[in-house]
Design a protein around this ligand. Structure first.
Ligand SMILES: *Cc1c(COP(=O)(O)O)cnc(C)c1O
Length: 322
């Protein structure tokens, strides 16, 4: 494997915890939680593993500014702003919509880290791409070197963080005497699961993988995941994923970022059984879909907690959150 440069940000390995009470409640044989809500840098959750490679790449290209696309509740933007600050890079955020009247914690923290935010004025999430291109061109013309990070940090370089995380989970499970498990992961941009698929192909770990898609239709999410997985394997020079046992589940509920009763219930159960904090946009929806497929799952299951703590706290403080 040709591992690209890496910046040490995360506290690794994150814990893999057995969750007996939650497992019993869901009717699973055995459940483990991979605690990537505890990646240990700012409140970035899964985004920290990606940023270790993305920011190392930015520095190796002599960038002085990172331009990050997302929305006001983007965990990537919050984490990227924090990581850019400690590495001495300037950070600009290109966000869809208008500046919200009530500022989410993610955006407040990003701006406290010195990030400058620009809004597209268009609620469409893809609207960030045009403005980001324009802004990058302007910055370059002013003599800056800009490293552009798309929504979710979903590039081959970002996915490397999850490619290498697969070995971490495999080792941790083997310490419990377990050699194979089903893995359930939340899917937004698909960068996380793309890296996992690539990592599994590399290790020959042919485990069932369930992707709970919170923002895109299943077929669209799946083709993005497979695309990123292939690019990641090419970048690393590892075995390409040929026929991963990947099954997508629609976890959007009423829509991306919209409150879903099933997700609220799942998050209450996770809190009351294991003391876990789940966010309403990503992790609670993924756990709700795990509840739906639990009856068909045999053997050990790993639920990958991807973070979202800032949004979970906003939701807890404001019951009318959406
Ligand atoms: C970004 C994010 C995800 C989705 O990860 P992708 O790599 O974009 O698919 C899941 N959970 C949380 C909490 C996130 O912030």
């Amino acid at each position: 494997m040709r591992l690209p440069e890496r910046l040490a940000l995360a506290a690794l390995p994150t814990p893999l915890q057995r969750a007996e009470r939650l497992s019993g409640k869901l009717g699973l044989d055995e459940l483990f939680i991979k605690r990537d809500d505890l990646t240990g840098f700012s409140l970035g959750g899964n985004k920290i593993r990606k940023l270790e490679f993305l920011l190392a790449d930015a520095l190796s290209q002599n960038a002085d500014t990172v331009l990050v696309m997302g929305g006001p509740r983007s965990n990537l933007c919050q984490a990227a702003a924090a990581a850019a600050r400690v590495t001495g890079l300037a950070c600009e955020l290109v966000l869809y919509g208008d500046r919200p009247i009530s500022i989410p914690t993610t955006l407040a923290l990003a701006e406290e880290s010195g990030a400058v935010s620009l809004f597209t004025g268009d609620a469409k999430r893809s609207s960030v791409e045009v403005l980001a291109k324009q802004r990058a061109a302007t910055l370059e013309s002013e003599g800056h070197r800009v490293y552009v990070i798309p929504r979710g940090g979903a590039t081959a370089v970002g996915a490397v963080g999850y490619h290498v995380a697969v070995a971490e989970v495999v080792t941790q499970l083997s310490e419990f005497g377990i050699e194979t498990a089903s893995v359930v992961v939340c899917v937004g941009s698909g960068g996380t699961l793309g890296g996992i698929v690539s990592g599994m192909a590399d290790l020959g770990t042919d485990w069932p993988i369930f992707g709970a898609s919170v923002s895109r239709k299943c077929d669209e999410a799946e083709s993005r995941i497979l695309g990123i997985a292939g690019q990641c394997a090419r970048l690393l020079g590892t075995s390409p994923p040929t026929n991963p046992r990947l099954k997508m589940i629609d976890a959007r509920g009423p829509g991306y970022g919209e409150t879903w009763l099933e997700a609220t219930t799942a998050s209450d159960i996770a809190r009351d059984t294991e003391g876990l904090i789940l966010d309403p946009v990503y992790t609670a929806k993924a756990l709700a879909t795990l509840g739906q497929i639990a009856a068909d799952l045999r053997g050990p299951v790993v639920f990958w907690h991807t973070g979202g703590i800032a949004t979970a706290l906003d939701a807890a403080a404001r019951r009318d959150f959406t």
